[in-house]
Every structure is written in structure tokens, then in C-alpha cells.
Design a protein around this ligand. Structure first.
Ligand code: C2E
Ligand code: CA
Ligand code: CA
Length: 701
């Protein structure tokens, strides 16, 4: 229809129309809606630019209703017709979502809305409407739905939790299945309800990490509705859920993994145990033995310690094994192990190298004798017959001993030497121990034997006391006696103290010996006094060990009381060396004795290193000049000078002086001239038995 542009009204109308069209275009491009109009009378359609764009048809291409209908599937075409019908009849806006395709065949989904316009006679003349491409939206919706379903159906537990309250906002089926609660129950619950072991601190920490890192992995323990527990590994992520700050938690039940881990750990531990132990006796095997030995060397080095290595071989084992079978052999080995263990301390390492070969690492062996004592103990323990079923078996062992660092400082040599020593023990006729060095064997053996018989001697009181009188050289009268112990061994006879006192000092047996001497000597002195004789003072040798022993004073008082022995009769001799090894203690302990009226003499004076200040503080009454200075008097200038000096010290400290070891008249005279008039020595008398003393004390008629 031609347009008369002269008509002003029309011009204005056209202008307005143009303006509206522009507005529509803009609206279209903002909303993405394409608009269209179908002229039912002319069977022509007018599409907006966006409409063309949605279908991928070049703008301006003539279109009609079929352009829309033709690209629909039969089913959708039916739907479209139905909707068209509906629109015709209702006169209202009708919408339909419909799958169609672009010009190039790409499938799209569109939402079409349309309304029928009627002419004056009430006949439908046009349809106007919009088309919206909702392909993407539908796709997103579909994916979201799939995702939600996936979450729901996941066998993992998935929870969404309110960040503040820790209440559950969402739980999936997996969570319900795992915990045994239904969804409604769980949604009434809180993270703490299913995590019975979680601590408030832990929650705080998890929250902080999450807020700074957004996600984390965590392990925890869940409790099911029935109370049972299981381990979970959680992956936690922060999330906005329904407008709330939330955590989403993905939990996997890792109980089976943990179980496996545990099994694996146990298995490796077991394997490791097997790799390092002998299965029969459960002792460390050769591998572990070597490791321990290596470590012992390092430790001994670091702490400047000694240790001993034993190689032990059972003597009759092969015979037992061959004649009675492995079954019995194994039992013997197990019994031997028990006995070996019984002979050792906790810190010693007993190993089985194989067969009937054992080793022991004995830590902290200060002197070879200690190793020998243990070896002797092992031999003793092995002696007992072993009863297995009807058999009574006798076994013994041969032991080789090497010492670190005396014999060797490296592992291989140490092993070699202990092994060699063990063969030496076999050569010596089995059932004995040998040190790698012969000298040590002899030494240790005699010491061990000595110690054993010394113990026995104490039990049997195989001691007698000899007395050596002390004289005042001015008038040749007896002023006292030194009690000197003698051991009368049932087989050997008299054993002098130098043979056993040092060992007794070392192992503490001196305490018992001194008590025996004290008892016997006091009893004897009381007897002499009661018999009207005057033996003077009893000088007892006292080991400092005795003084450190708390019960000593009690024992001393008790013994004095038992025999009615006066404290004024007693003089205790302590050597200078022992006194000065701990002067403070000596001062304290000796003071108590001196307060009781007992005289204290310092023995072997001149051999130690006394400081004058200590000498002044010690509660001394008497100073005994050591016999080593007396021996070469009066010819040796040096000894003369020393003796004179000692006498000067004694005088300045106001002490009585006595010289011991005086054998000659010259010695006696020299001492007398130099103001030391108390004399003890062979010149007057050797130490002698009590009955001989009796003759000296009894006035000659
Ligand atoms: P000691 O206390 O210095 O005793 C003196 C030692 O010198 C004694 O040796 C004695 O027999 C010896 N002797 C005495 N006069 C002479 C002499 O003129 N010439 C020579 N050459 N020697 C002389 P003994 O009895 O063999 O005792 C040795 C050491 O054993 C004692 O030295 C003492 O330290 C210790 N002892 C002896 N009996 C006991 C005791 O009952 N208890 C304690 N703890 N030690 C004792
Ligand atoms: Ca003495
Ligand atoms: Ca002495």
C-alpha cells in the first residue's frame, strides 16, 4: 500500500512507528527475544532481526508460518498445531517450549509465545508473538539435574553444613546409608552428632584452615546410628548454598584401607622381627647381634666404657641332637636359652648365631673379673640336669671372652678373638671359660675362685686375729695391740691379708671381715682385762667403706655393749689414702667416733697426700709413720729427712707418734732420739696369736 507522505498525521505516525521499532530492536537485543507476526490472511510472516538470528536465516528472507512449522518433528508439529488451536480459541497468550533446528540443522530449543489478533468481524487475522532461544538454559538445567542426581546417588557420603551452626543443610543418600539415619533425622542433626571424638579445638582449627584455604583433607571417625564406628577421609570445601556460607563435605569410608594399613604394618613388623630373630628361641639372630655389637662399640667409645663379648658353645649338643633327634635338640636349646637368660642382666644382649652357638654382649664390664663372674654363673646354671620326657640330659658350655677395648677395638677382631677363646675353652676340656688373653684368664679365674672361697670363709668364720704389740720405747712396756686378720683356709692354711684384703675392699666383703675381726678382738681384750692383764689399747684397722655404711656405728656400739668393751680401750686406724679420698666425709664420720671417746689414728702416714688444713680438721689422736720410711733408717738421708718432717708435723698438731715396721735397734734408737717413742715392729714382736700374746702380757716370774 503506497504511503502518502504529504499527510502530516501519517508522517507523525510513521515517525512514531520508526521510534517504536528502534525501541523494540533495542529491547530485543537486550532480552534476546525475537518478535514475529503472522498475517493469516496473506499467509506471510514478518520476523524481527533477532528472530532470523535465532533460526540462522538471513534477515529479510521471505518467511511464513511454514518456515516455523516445517522444521519441527511430526510430534512437535502436532504440539504446535494444538497450541495454535488453543490460541485461536482462547484469544489469550499461549506459550510452548519446543525442540526445533536452525537453518544449518543445529538443534535448538525455543520458547514461543503468541497471541491471536481478530479483525472487526471476529475472524482471526494475525498472530503476534516472541521466540526465545532457551537451548543453553535447558542444557544447564539438565546438567544441574544430572549433577544433583549424581550427588544423591553417590555411594560417598555428601553433606552440606552450615558454617556457623554445623547443622546439616543437605545430606545425600550415601550419607543416610552409611550412618543408618534417614534424611529427615540427619537434617535435624549436627556434625558433632556423628563425630563423637571431634574436639572443639579441632573444629576451630578446621574452620580456620577452610576459611583461608577453601578446601582441606581430614580424617575422622563417624558413629552410626547403631553406635558402631568407622573411619572416614573427608574432602571439605567452602560453598554458597541457598545463600548461606556452607561447607560441603565428601566423606569416604576408609575403614577397609585402615584395616589394610594395619595389617600391612603388622606384617612388616612381623617380617622385620623374623629377619632379626631366631624363631626357635626368639633371641636376636646373627644380623641383630652384629648390629648390637656395632652399637655397643659406639656407645662404649662415647662413654669411655668397657664391655665383654662371650662366645658360648654347648658342649654335648651335637651328640644329643644326633642320638635323640632334633625334636629333643630344640628343647635343649630352649632350656639352655632360659638358663643363659637367668645368668644375665636385663641390659646384656644374648643372641643365637645358629646351632648351639650363642653370644652375649655384657655392658659396662669394668674389670675382667666381672666378666668371669658372669661366665662362672652361666657354667653353674648349665650344670643342672635337663629333664625332657624320659630323658635326663647333662649339658655344659664352653665360653670364650673377648674384651673391648682391651683385646680389640673393631667388631671383626672382637668376634674373632671371642671365637678363638671359645675354642681354647674347648681345648681345655670344655665346661670352662677362657679369656682371649691367657693372663686375664688366670687372673680372673683366681679372683673368682678367691671371691667364692672368701664368701665361704666369712660364712664359716675362717678368720683368726693376730695381735702385734705396740711399745713405749722409753720403758719397753706394751701400750696397745694392733689387730691383724689372718685367714686360715681349710686346705691352703694361713693366708696373709695382702692376698685377700685388696679384693675384699673391691667387692665390699671387707665390711663383713672387719666385723668379724672387731667382734673377736673385743671379746679377747675384755677377756684379758678381766684376767687382770693390761693389753693397752686395741687398734683396729677400719676400711673407709665401713664408715660409709650407715649401720657401722650401730654395729660398733652393739658389739661394745655385747662384750662390755670400753670405748676408751679402742683406737681405729684409717689409712691416710682412704681418709683423704673423701676428706669432708671422713671428718664428719670420724668426728662421731671421736665424740664417743674412741681414738682415731692415721695409718700409713706419708704415703698419701694429706693437706695440712684437713689434718687440722680431722679428729686425730695418733699418727702412724709408714714402714716404708722406717725401713732404711737411719742410713738413708731422704728417709731421715722425711721421718723428721713427719715427726715435726705430728708435734705441731699435737698428735701422738708411732712408727711401724721397726725391725732393728738402730731404727728404734733413731726414732727415740727424734721424739717418736711409740714403736711397733718385728724388733719387739711380729703379729702373733692371742695365746702367744698372753705370755708377753703375763708378768714373768
Ligand atoms: P697395716 O695396717 O699397715 O699393718 C701393718 C702391717 O705391717 C702388717 O701386715 C704387719 O704384719 C706388718 N708389719 C708389722 N711390723 C713389721 C715389721 O717390722 N716389718 C715388716 N716388714 N712388716 C711388719 P699384715 O698383717 O700382712 O697386714 C697387711 C695389711 O692388711 C695391713 O697393713 C692392713 O692394711 C691390712 N689389714 C690387716 N688386717 C686387717 C683387718 O682386720 N682389717 C682391715 N681393714 N685391714 C687389715
Ligand atoms: Ca694398721
Ligand atoms: Ca700401716
Amino acid at each position: 500500500m503506497p504511503i502518502d507522505i504529504e499527510n502530516d498525521d501519517l508522517k507523525t505516525a510513521l515517525k512514531k512507528l520508526k521510534a517504536r521499532e528502534n525501541v523494540l530492536r533495542e529491547l530485543e537485543s537486550v532480552s534476546g527475544l525475537g518478535s514475529w507476526e503472522v498475517d493469516l490472511v496473506a499467509n506471510k510472516s514478518i520476523w524481527s532481526a533477532r528472530s532470523y538470528e535465532i533460526y540462522g536465516i538471513e534477515e529479510g528472507t521471505p518467511v511464513n508460518l511454514n518456515t516455523f512449522l516445517d522444521r519441527l518433528s511430526d510430534e512437535n508439529k502436532k504440539l504446535a498445531h494444538q497450541k495454535l488451536q488453543e490460541a485461536m480459541q482462547s484469544g489469550e497468550v499461549v506459550s510452548v517450549q519446543i525442540d526445533t533446528k536452525k537453518e544449518d540443522g543445529t538443534p535448538i530449543t525455543v520458547l514461543v509465545r503468541g497471541e491471536v489478533i481478530y479483525d472487526e468481524s471476529g475472524k482471526p487475522s494475525k498472530i503476534i508473538g516472541t521466540t526465545q532461544d532457551i537451548t543453553e538454559f535447558i542444557q544447564i538445567q539438565k546438567e544441574a539435574k544430572e549433577l544433583a542426581e549424581l550427588l544423591e546417588r553417590s555411594s560417598n557420603e555428601i553433606y552440606i553444613v552450615d558454617i556457623d551452626t554445623l547443622d546439616y543443610l543437605y545430606v545425600n543418600k550415601g550419607a543416610c546409608n552409611a550412618l543408618g539415619y534417614n534424611k529427615d533425622e540427619l537434617l535435624q542433626m549436627n556434625v558433632r552428632d556423628i563425630n563423637p571424638y571431634i574436639q572443639t579445638d579441632e573444629i576451630k582449627q578446621l574452620k580456620n584452615t577452610l576459611l583461608s584455604k577453601n578446601n582441606l583433607l581430614n580424617r575422622s571417625i563417624h558413629q552410626r546410628k547403631d553406635g558402631s564406628l568407622y573411619h572416614v577421609q573427608s574432602y571439605i570445601h567452602t560453598l554458597q548454598y541457598k545463600g548461606k556460607d556452607s561447607f560441603v563435605i565428601f566423606d569416604i569410608d576408609i575403614s577397609p584401607t585402615i584395616e589394610l594399613e594395619l595389617q600391612y604394618k603388622q606384617q612388616t613388623q612381623e617380617l622385620q622381627y623374623q629377619a632379626y630373630h631366631d624363631m626357635l628361641t626368639e633371641l636376636p639372630n646373627r644380623t641383630l647381634f652384629k648390629e648390637r655389637l656395632e652399637r655397643s662399640i659406639i656407645e662404649a667409645n662415647r662413654h669411655k666404657n668397657n664391655f665383654a663379648l662371650f662366645f658360648i658353645d654347648l658342649d654335648q649338643f651335637k651328640k644329643i641332637n644326633d642320638s635323640l633327634g632334633h625334636h629333643i635338640g630344640d628343647k635343649v636349646l630352649i632350656e639352655a636359652t632360659k638358663r643363659l637368660k637367668r645368668s644375665l642382666r636385663e641390659e646384656d644382649t644374648l643372641s643365637r648365631l645358629g646351632g648351639d652357638e650363642f653370644t652375649v654382649i655384657l655392658k659396662n664390664i669394668k674389670i675382667p673379673k666381672n666378666a668371669a663372674t658372669v661366665a662362672q654363673k652361666i657354667l653353674n646354671n648349665m650344670k643342672e640336669p635337663i629333664k625332657i620326657g624320659i630323658h635326663t640330659l647333662h649339658i655344659s658350655a664352653s665360653i670364650g671372652i673377648a674384651l673391648y677395648p682391651d683385646n680389640a677395638t673393631n667388631m671383626d677382631d672382637l668376634i674373632k678373638y671371642a671365637d678363638a677363646a671359645m675354642y681354647k675353652a674347648k681345648d681345655e676340656g670344655r665346661n670352662n671359660f677362657q679369656f682371649y688373653s691367657e693372663e686375664m684368664t688366670r687372673d680372673a679365674l683366681s679372683k673368682v675362685l678367691l671371691e667364692n672361697s672368701l664368701r665361704n670363709a666369712i660364712k664359716e668364720e675362717e678368720f683368726v686375729v693376730y695381735y702385734q704389740p705396740q711399745y713405749d720405747a722409753n720403758n719397753n712396756t706394751i701400750v696397745g695391740m694392733e689387730a691383724l686378720v689372718r685367714w686360715i683356709h681349710p686346705n691352703i692354711g694361713l693366708i696373709p691379708p695382702v692376698e685377700f684384703i685388696p679384693l675384699a675392699e673391691e667387692n665390699g666383703l671387707i665390711i663383713d671381715i672387719d666385723r668379724i675381726v672387731m667382734k673377736k678382738a673385743m671379746k679377747q681384750f675384755v677377756q684379758w682385762y678381766e684376767d687382770g692383764l693390761n693389753p693397752g689399747k686395741l687398734a683396729l684397722n677400719l676400711s673407709m667403706r665401713q664408715l660409709s655404711n650407715n649401720h657401722f656405728i650401730t654395729y660398733l656400739l652393739q658389739t661394745m655393749q655385747d662384750y662390755n668393751f670400753q670405748s676408751s680401750w679402742l683406737e681405729l686406724e684409717v689409712t691416710e689414702g682412704q681418709m683423704m679420698s673423701n676428706p669432708e666425709q671422713s671428718i664428719r664420720k670420724l668426728k662421731r667416733l671421736s665424740d664417743m671417746g674412741i681414738d682415731i689414728a692415721i695409718d700409713d702416714f706419708g704415703t698419701g697426700y694429706s693437706s695440712l688444713s684437713y689434718l687440722k680438721k680431722l679428729p686425730l689422736k695418733k699418727l702412724k709413720i709408714d714402714q716404708s720410711f722406717v725401713r732404711d733408717l737411719p742410713d738413708d738421708d731422704e728417709d731421715v729427712a722425711i721421718t723428721k718432717a713427719i715427726i715435726a708435723i705430728g708435734e705441731s698438731l699435737n698428735l701422738r707418734l708411732i712408727a711401724e715396721g721397726v725391725e732393728t735397734k738402730e731404727q728404734r734408737d733413731f726414732l727415740l732420739q727424734n721424739n717418736c717413742h711409740f714403736i711397733q715392729g718385728y724388733y719387739y714382736s711380729k703379729p702373733i696369736a692371742a695365746d702367744e700374746i698372753l705370755r708377753l702380757l703375763t708378768p714373768q716370774t
